[in-house]
Write a protein that binds this ligand. Structure first.
Ligand SMILES: [Zn+2]
Length: 197
């Protein structure tokens, strides 16, 4: 088994170690209706993609600590100054100034409710969520945007009050570290690795 690909940053540069791609043998594709005649080959491809979070890194870092950060336009020249965004937006979509990072954890814990939802029985490739997947759109007091996430306990309902849970044990540093449960959910009902923060 090869070493996992690792990336660190030093002197403002990526430092790579480990294997970023793996060579796997091709396999023949044979036509069973024609005496096993060769019709092609499979080309296995397995590579590690390096994805930079840039200005959104603070959002993912804080999820692992049980905190939800959004952003706010504080540009006094902006027509919509004071607008709060979650999901996190690095820049204001109206004036393009850099937004201020703000902690929305308390607002999320006290005012989150399901705007609408979608239950999916099937997934695309690389899905790790339990099926059926209960995708929810969540609204918050004082926030201009709606957050897309997933419900981990119970059944979704429009207008239902929910509270956030966080994968604080072995976080993935992706959006999957944030999930939601009905407001009366107890600690012992949470999925493995998740906590109330
Ligand atoms: Zn603005």
């Amino acid at each position: 088994m090869s070493k996992f690909a690792q990336v660190t940053v030093k002197n403002n540069r990526y430092i790579f170690s480990g294997d970023f791609h793996h060579i796997c043998p091709n396999q023949p594709i044979r036509d069973l209706d024609n005496n096993g005649r060769l019709t092609g080959i499979t080309n296995p491809r397995d590579m590690t993609y390096v994805h930079s979070y840039g200005g959104e890194a603070v959002f993912f870092e804080n999820l692992s600590r049980g905190k939800i950060h959004g952003s706010r336009c504080d540009n006094p020249e902006c027509e919509f100054t004071g607008t709060v965004y979650l999901p996190f937006r690095i820049h204001c979509p109206d004036c393009l100034a850099k937004n201020t990072v703000i902690d929305l954890t308390d607002i999320c814990k006290t005012s989150a409710r399901i705007h609408t939802f979608m239950v999916c029985e099937r997934s695309g490739a690389f899905n790790t969520l339990a099926k059926p997947m209960k995708f929810i759109n969540i609204e918050f007091d004082g926030v201009a945007t709606i957050l897309m996430s997933y419900l981990s306990v119970g059944e979704p309902r429009i207008g239902m009050r929910v509270k956030p849970i966080f994968k604080t044990t072995d976080p993935t540093y992706t959006i999957l570290d944030l999930s939601w449960v009905p407001e009366d959910t107890q600690k012992n009902q949470l999925p493995p690795g998740f906590s109330f923060g």
